[in-house]
Write a protein that binds this ligand. Structure first.
Ligand code: ADP
Ligand code: MG
Length: 682
């Protein structure tokens, strides 16, 4: 019997109520969701020749038991079982941890099949998989799924078998024949079979080729669609700013612009004046001075009689921008207002009214700016800071608030150029590639976690000299509560340590926003000497007098994030220091710490990060606004990404794309993004 993919998994034979509940925990409710749940790797069980197996590699072998197994109990539930096996003409040891019960299944002379890590020097295999008898009957390749301990792998595979057997002929092909033929890709049913039950690495490779290409093609279709719309709806109001006023404003700033800042200001001004709609990404490493560029562009729009908006991802950052921009712009006669989630009641209503009447020139805030009841009188330019933290959807809403305002996204995440072009294909890019003069390179040191005492003495020296310090607390993955607890603990310890000499402050995400503001204000006014914080200070925070940063548990952060954190110091003329406390267990971890200590170059770090971790982690899963791919990786699959981009553009130009049933699935993606509908009327 065949079934339709949209039926619940529980309609499958052998998947009852409790199995259904387990699957639900894995976000799998329909048969389709089940068959589309891909393994994250495959285990290779093919028999290997030990003499050709490198040290530390996993290997599967058949061997004859040569000794009576010995068991050593090392704790209540801990044991070590050892036995000698003859493999070909190799005599090796096999070691099993905490599986002493296997002893009875290994009598001398018997044949067993084991898989494990090969220790070449000691001629020993650390066993993870055991089977009685020869390998016959065991699969060569087995998928390994991310099941979070909810279901056992063999059980899950059995369910998958049922699902494919019962549903496979019902799975409609989603790629057009023309593309399948062109790239010699396997069909959908065949692909699923090869992913879940492969016979060889070649199967996995072919299946992966198809899945990756299909994912990237959908992604690029969306991008191409956005680009088309932008061209079609490309007209925006021309913003004719007052050049004299703009020059005066730039002269009034407390510093001279860097060459890069001047260049970018010119790029922005030219685009404001043109009737084409600005849709631009401003990239600049931490501390390169993006804020002032934003202020100048906003002021330009305001001198032309438009309103401006500046949106930041966190309350702290938005508040700080409001302060900085007010201090620069109010003397020039600009009316600035602040709006965040904590602006409520009458205050909020008043701001909204003054915004609608056009009395407010510049609105600064958090995503509270994009609530439906916030309307502008005449919005000309929208800037979002640290844009990678906003979802694509939020950015679109903000863009739609004005008639068709110009839009600028600012980010400190250095996106390698090739990737930027394909991923942000529908945007122009400006680059701030020069630091303000007089900056000294931050000195970064990596120390073991037991060397805290000298670090604190060094920090104290900075505090004595009248400067300030950040202490970033240990990070516990995915546990906000525990992170806060850590911060509270460290705060307690440091308060005691510095008692009577320096004031210590505490900042974390669980504080009320007015409490956060107060702490931040006290820190920037110098009332707090040392600020203990979770990563909430990661983005944008600017206190130039802070010259020392201590980061606990540095291995837990990605390079891009460490670089962001470190960017909180080194923002003034004084020499700054960053100390990373870390005991990395892996080579990769050590390499990351060494790289941090060696370079201050955000682009270099980003490339290193990509190399070490792949793009998913690099962008940060939830924050990126990029789709999550099941198999594709924007870095490693860059060739397929480029092919998919070209194909997507060609497809949108083909008449048959809009009618032929073969293209239905691809067409859905374009139509879902809602962007081409108007475009198609003419
Ligand atoms: P980011 O690009 O990380 O957002 P900011 O805009 O916060 O950087 O600027 C970092 C610091 O450098 C701020 O204190 C800012 O006032 C200062 N700054 C910006 N441009 C210049 C400049 N041209 N000369 C000197 N200091 C500058
Ligand atoms: Mg900034």
């Amino acid at each position: 019997m065949t079934r339709s993919l949209s039926e619940p998994v529980t309609s499958l034979k052998g998947i009852g109520k409790s199995a259904g509940e387990q699957l639900e925990k894995l976000n799998v409710e329909t048969i389709e969701e089940l068959v589309m749940m891909f393994p994250y790797r495959h285990e290779d069980f093919r028999l290997k020749d030990l003499s050709e197996t490198p040290h530390e590699e996993r290997v599967t072998i058949e061997g004859r038991v040569e000794s009576v197994p010995s068991v050593l109990f090392t704790g209540k539930k801990r044991s070590r079982l050892q036995v000698q096996l003859l493999v070909g003409n190799h005599l090796v040891k096999a070691v099993f941890f905490n599986q002493h019960y296997l002893k009875d299944r290994m009598n001398p002379g018997q044949i067993v099949t084991i898989t494990g890590k090969w220790d070449r020097g000691r001629q020993l295999i650390n066993v993870s998989n055991f089977k009685d008898g020869p390998k016959i009957g065991q699969a060569d390749f087995e998928p390994v799924y991310s099941l979070k301990g909810i279901v056992k792998q063999p059980t899950f595979r059995r369910w998958m078998r049922t699902a494919l057997d019962e549903a496979v002929y019902e799975i409609p092909e989603t790629l057009p024949v023309q593309l399948l033929d062109l790239y010699k890709l396997p069909g959908i049913a065949e692909t699923l079979e090869m992913v879940h039950f492969p016979n060889s690495p070649e199967d996995v490779k072919q299946a992966r080729r198809r899945v990756v290409y299909e994912e990237l093609l959908h992604f690029q279709l969306k991008m191409a669609a956005l680009k088309k719309v932008r061209k079609a709806a490309g007209k925006s109001t021309t913003i004719v700013y007052d050049l004299e006023k703009l020059k005066q404003f730039i002269d009034s700033l407390p510093f001279e612009l860097t060459g890069a800042q001047k260049r970018v200001v010119n790029e922005l001004c030219a685009e404001l004046k043109s009737p084409l709609r600005m849709n631009r990404l401003l990239q600049g490493d931490v501390g390169s001075g993006k804020t002032v560029v934003a202020a100048i562009a906003l002021y330009a729009a305001i001198t032309a009689g438009f309103q401006g908006a500046l949106m930041a991802p966190t309350e702290i950052l938005a508040e700080q921008h409001a302060e900085t921009l007010s201090s620069w712009l109010e003397p020039a006669g600009v009316t600035v207002a602040f709006l965040s989630g904590s602006t409520k009641g009458k205050a909020r209503r008043e701001i909204i009214a003054r915004l609608e009447s056009g009395e407010i020139d510049l609105l600064i805030g958090t995503h509270a700016l994009i609530q439906p009841d916030v309307n502008f009188h005449k919005l000309g330019l929208v800037i979002t800071d640290e844009q990678h933290r906003f979802g694509v959807e939020q950015r679109r809403v903000l863009r739609d608030k004005g008639e068709s305002p110009d839009v600028l996204f600012m980010t400190a995440t250095p996106i390698p150029r090739t990737l930027a072009i394909t991923v942000f294909g529908e945007m122009d890019v400006s680059l701030l590639d020069e630091m303000p003069a007089g900056r000294k390179e931050i000195e970064t040191h990596w120390l073991k976690e037991d060397s805290l005492a000298p670090v604190l003495r060094r920090m104290e020296k900075e505090l004595q000299a009248g400067r300030q310090a950040y202490v970033i607390c240990p990070l516990i993955e995915e546990s906000d509560t525990l992170d806060v607890q850590n911060a509270v603990d460290v705060f307690g310890q440091l308060s005691t340590y510095f008692a009577g000499r320096f004031t210590v402050g505490l900042m974390h995400g669980r504080l009320h926003s007015d409490e956060k503001d107060e702490v931040m204000r006290d820190f920037s006014e110098g009332k707090i000497n040392c600020l203990v914080s979770t990563t909430v200070v990661e983005v944008g925070v600017n206190v130039p007098n802070a010259t020392f940063m201590l980061i606990y548990d540095a291995t837990r952060f990605g390079l891009a994030q460490l670089h962001q954190l470190r960017g909180r110091v080194g923002r003034g003329a004084d020499q700054s220091y960053c100390v990373l406390l870390a005991d990395p267990k892996t080579e990769e971890g050590k390499e990351r710490m060494m790289t941090m200590a060696e370079t201050n170059d955000g682009f270099l770090l980003a490339e290193k990060d990509l190399e070490l971790r792949g793009s998913g982690d690099f962008f940060g899963k939830k924050q990126s606004g990029l789709p999550e791919f099941k198999m594709a990786d924007l870095i490693h699959d860059y060739r397929a990404l480029e092919t998919a981009r070209q194909d997507a553009e060609k497809l949108l130009e083909m008449d048959s794309f809009w009618t032929d049933p073969d293209y239905k699935s691809l067409r859905n993606t374009v139509e879902e993004s809602g962007v081409l509908q108007n475009d198609r009327i003419d």
